[in-house]
Design a protein around this ligand. Structure first.
Ligand SMILES: Nc1nc2c(c(=O)[nH]1)N[C@H]1C(S)=C(S)[C@@H](COP(=O)(O)O)O[C@H]1N2
Ligand SMILES: [Mo]
Length: 224
């Protein structure tokens, strides 16, 4: 089914605001502190870089704008299936975050534009039994996160970096950014966001990367 959010159908901020107010009352998606300063800003074992390395499976899919879609489905009350034009009509936000890659580089102050995952969640309304999120990409990559991590206040589906359209090498036209986890959790070329009841490991997670990937506790690789 395709239930496309129509911004002209109802005052969009009202629905978003009401849903988020209800979540606040229910204590849903409460996450840890997002802002970190000073010594705490650079996680242990990381070093700063000024450039932006490219890491992927060696295949950078080129998606024609006319063929691009984003599906949001699984355990949600209002699944979405957006064309590029429809996606661009969703609420837009700007934020600045750091990047922490498990290969030990970090990059500060990256400006992103796109749809906050909080706003996406308010549109599709995950059910109470939706506990994990799997991101599927056009290159076949997948990665999994608990829904609380997906719902972090600074997580965003980004189409622009530093005011410019995201390059294909870095995941354009659209990628996920989850700044408080290692960067392999930030799916490039995202095409589907699936809400599921129990954890299902993604591409790197089945190959020994940590299920969660918190840089501040160095959740780099799983123990076995
Ligand atoms: N679709 C897709 N997303 C992906 C990957 C990938 O291979 N395919 N690699 C991940 C890894 S391991 C890293 S470190 C970052 C790299 O993003 P960058 O190339 O923009 O630095 O993307 C992550 N997201
Ligand atoms: Mo990575």
């Amino acid at each position: 089914m395709s239930e496309i959010f129509d911004p002209s159908a109802a005052p969009p901020d009202t629905k978003l605001t009401l849903t988020k107010q209800r979540w606040a009352r229910e204590g849903r998606f409460l996450t840890g502190r997002v802002d970190r300063t000073g010594d705490e800003r650079l996680p242990p074992g990381q070093h700063l870089v000024k450039d932006w390395p490219v890491l992927d499976l060696g295949l950078q899919p080129e998606i024609q704008a006319s063929a691009w879609r984003l599906d949001v489905d699984g355990l949600v009350d209002h699944p979405a299936s957006w064309s590029w034009a429809e996606f661009q009509h969703q609420p837009q936000s700007h934020l600045v975050t750091d990047i922490h890659c498990v290969t030990t580089w970090s990059r500060y102050d990256n400006g992103w534009d796109g749809l906050l995952t909080r706003d996406l969640l308010a549109l599709v309304e995950p059910r109470m039994n939706a506990r994990f999120v799997v991101m599927h990409s056009y290159d076949g990559y997948t990665t999994n996160v608990p829904i609380e991590d997906f719902a972090a206040e600074d997580a965003i589906l980004a189409h622009s970096w530093q005011g410019q359209p995201l390059s294909r090498a870095h995941g354009g036209p659209l990628r996920v950014i989850i700044p408080h986890l290692y960067f392999w959790k930030s799916a490039k070329w995202v095409k589907r966001i699936e809400f599921i009841p129990a954890d299902r490991l993604g591409f790197w997670e089945v190959r020994g990367y940590h299920e969660r990937g918190d840089p501040w506790t160095e959740e780099r690789y799983s123990e076995e």
